[in-house]
Design a protein around this ligand. Structure first.
Ligand code: ATP
Length: 665
């Protein structure tokens, strides 16, 4: 059974100890912290964090690997789009109306709580208390009867499926109150999560900070299609900050108001079941799925099957979505995620974003529970269609047909001479609305036009604020026409893997955290060498001036190879210096000692095993290069090069054995 509260070495996970390490080593820190107590600071700095040097390096290394794994591997077209977004774009995409969470207010405390999180935390606490209580003895009032406990478990399994009215009913039915003070809360209301501002000195035009990078990619679709000479399928990618005015930020980096996203929009032809050319490369990879139906039945049992089987049985809708789930899995495991703490959870119908038609979240198990870190959605043709309708710009693919095709279909025509003068500025929008009508709608409107001589067509918002227009038979005609088509035109569907880098980074750190010795305060972050902030620690054995030029020259050789290294020439013992760098996740350490001065050899220490080898500078640097490139493992290096068991090894001599075991320097 997977347990989030156990570290790699099987010891109990202590969040306090873990967070103290992250703070001590400056992985990240609360933003504007010193202003919190300033007399003129009345703001709320919750959900805003700054990354310190190791956190920043780790973040950048994760992004670099993301670029290699996705952008380079799949020839994606990476772009960098703006965060400031004009309101009409986000009105069209649906975010202005629908990008909201349900919020309850505690009128006494003046606190705002996210309704689903409130229900979740109160029911979880009641269940925990009930488990701890005994029906006869201690805290017996907390004991829930079996039926109620089952009911709570079922509610929790599908918590993401509840909307405002259902959450209100649950709050009333179970008398759910603000855990802080036990006050009653008001009914949930929808709260839009976007930060709004205005642009320019006139302040006349509203803008938002983007809540996702996706829209910028959709708006560039036509230019990107031209850029890749119309070749389908293709994918765009974007890495950038997104902003969400979360109701109640909590859990450190997991729910923040400003965060780095890395998003991919893969544009695919909807015909041919979204087949993916490289699907066979990943088909055998087994993934743990938490299916929709399992959640609805109140359970959390995982189904582990190959992605090939999952697509064949339609558990996962199509090959392209399946391909990305497998690639996401490989990426997460590569950067340090514990594969036993990873699952793919299918979205429930109500939970699905307004644009999505099938959605799976890669969730990682942390001490805060299962956390969504990557959302993988099939956004269908929603975004391109709505932006096309709103702007009158066709966001479509045109492809030559292998054989000409004869098609008989409904066609709507507008009397252009009348449309311009009659509708003026709205004319383009009306033309776009008519052009976007599907065959079923056209068939129905043709009948209506024949009987009433006037029809109503839905449009984007017009100058008078209306979202439809009446067209008479004088202006609009709808007829059956037969035509020969040599080119095919279609709106691509979009498969979108969307990564929250901060959540991934935090979860990886929890997964690689462990203790060196039983009951010891020595802690280690076993970050994979690929993403570790610093790859090599350089330590001179002592302050002996003879070591300095050697260390300097080694540092410069490593720098020339682009290998991040750090010299620790502080006066403390080697063991302490290693311990400090174990906390920073530094995987390799070089020691320069008296033997170096006499025979030119140096030692190389591996963080997790603490084993060391001794060889010439050239051999050690070669081994480091291989370890970073992944062409050689530590096991291979340690077999190939002579072992070193002398001074300076952990637990012996210089390690600080018998010394104070608090590694807090
Ligand atoms: N407030 C946040 N803080 C940090 N990361 C976030 C936040 N909101 C979303 N993300 C990240 O962005 C990714 C894609 O966003 P998406 O819109 O799918 O999230 P979401 O479903 O709104 O998340 P949640 O349900 O947890 O609020 C998520 O998988 C997550 O990694």
């Amino acid at each position: 059974m997977v347990n989030a509260t156990t570290t790699l070495d099987g010891q109990p996970f202590s969040r306090a100890q873990f967070e103290a390490l992250l703070k001590r080593r400056l992985f990240y820190t609360e933003a504007f912290e010193i202003y919190r107590t300033a007399p003129n600071f009345h703001g709320d700095n919750r959900g805003l964090f700054d990354y310190g040097p190791p956190g920043c390096a780790l973040l950048n290394n994760i992004i670099n690997e993301w670029r290699k794994h996705f952008v380079i591997e799949e020839n994606m077209l990476e772009i960098d789009t703006t965060g400031i977004t004009p309101e009409p774009v986000l009105k069209t995409s649906g975010h202005v109306d629908k990008f909201a969470d349900w919020m309850c207010r505690d009128p006494v405390k003046g606190e705002y709580l996210r309704a689903d999180h409130l229900v979740e935390s109160v029911l979880e606490t009641r269940l925990e208390k009930s488990r701890a209580a005994t029906s006869d003895g201690k805290n017996k009032a907390d004991k829930l009867d079996d039926a109620t406990a089952k009911e709570f478990e079922e509610i929790l399994a599908k918590i993401d499926n509840y909307g405002g009215p259902e959450l209100r009913d649950l709050i009333k039915k179970y008398d759910i109150r603000n855990p802080n003070g036990n006050g009653e809360v008001q009914d949930p209301i929808a709260f839009n999560l976007m930060f709004q501002s205005t642009i320019g000195p006139s302040a006349a035009s509203p803008v938002y900070l983007r809540p996702e990078t996706a829209q910028g990619q959709f708006l560039n679709f036509r230019k990107l299609l031209d850029f890749c000479q119309g070749t389908m399928p293709f994918a765009s990618a974007c890495v950038g900050k997104s902003y969400r005015n979360e109701i109640s930020p909590r859990s450190g980096l997991l729910r923040v108001r400003e965060f780095l996203m890395a998003e991919i929009e893969h544009f695919v032809d909807p015909e041919g079941h979204k087949h993916h050319e490289r699907f066979s490369e990943v088909a055998d990879i087994e993934l743990p799925f938490l299916e929709k139906d399992t959640q609805l039945s109140g359970k959390t049992t995982l189904t582990t099957v190959s992605i090939g089987k999952a697509v064949e049985t339609k558990l996962v809708d199509n090959e392209t979505l399946g391909y990305f789930l497998a690639r996401v899995y490989l990426f997460l495991v590569k950067i340090g995620v514990d594969k036993t703490k990873l699952r793919f959870r299918q979205h429930l119908a109500n939970e699905m974003a307004h644009y999505a038609c099938d959605c799976w979240d890669a969730e990682l198990l942390t001490s805060y529970g299962w956390i969504e870190c990557v959302g993988c959605a099939d956004r269908s043709a929603y975004d391109l269609s709505v932006h096309s309708n709103a702007t009158g710009t066709p966001l479509v693919v045109k492809e030559a047909r292998p054989e000409p095709l004869e098609i008989t279909e409904w066609k709507a025509s507008l009397e252009k001479k009348l449309v311009g003068p009659r509708f003026k500025k709205d004319a383009k929008k009306i033309e776009a609305a008519v052009a976007s009508l599907g065959q079923d709608a056209l068939g129905a409107l043709a009948d209506e036009l024949a009987s009433k001589a006037v029809i109503t067509v839905p449009t984007a918002e017009l100058a008078d604020g209306k979202t439809s227009v009446e067209l008479s038979s004088e202006i609009c005609s709808i007829d059956k026409v037969t035509r020969v088509e040599n080119t095919r035109e279609y709106t691509p569907n979009v498969i979108e893997p969307s990564f929250g880098i901060g959540r991934i980074l935090y979860s990886v750190l929890e997964h690689v955290f462990w203790h060196r010795r039983q009951d010891s305060a020595r802690q280690v972050l076993s970050l994979p060498i690929l993403v570790a902030p610093t790859k090599v620690l350089l330590v001179p054995l002592s302050n002996n001036p003879g070591f300095r030029p050697v260390v300097k020259s080694l540092a410069s050789r490593l720098r020339a190879l682009g290998i991040a290294n750090n010299v620790d020439a502080s006066g403390v013992s080697i063991g302490r210096r290693y311990a400090r760098n174990d906390e920073l996740g530094t995987p390799l350490g070089i020691t320069v000692d008296f033997d170096t001065l006499s025979n030119g050899t140096i030692t190389l220490r591996e963080r997790d095993s603490t084993l060391q080898v001794r060889a010439s500078e050239d051999e050690i640097i070669e081994a480091i290069k291989n370890l970073i490139a992944g062409t050689e493992s530590w096991e291979q290096v340690s077999k190939r090069l002579p072992a070193f068991t002398g001074q300076g090894q952990d637990g012996q001599g210089q390690d600080g054995q018998g010394q104070d075991d608090r590694w807090d320097n």
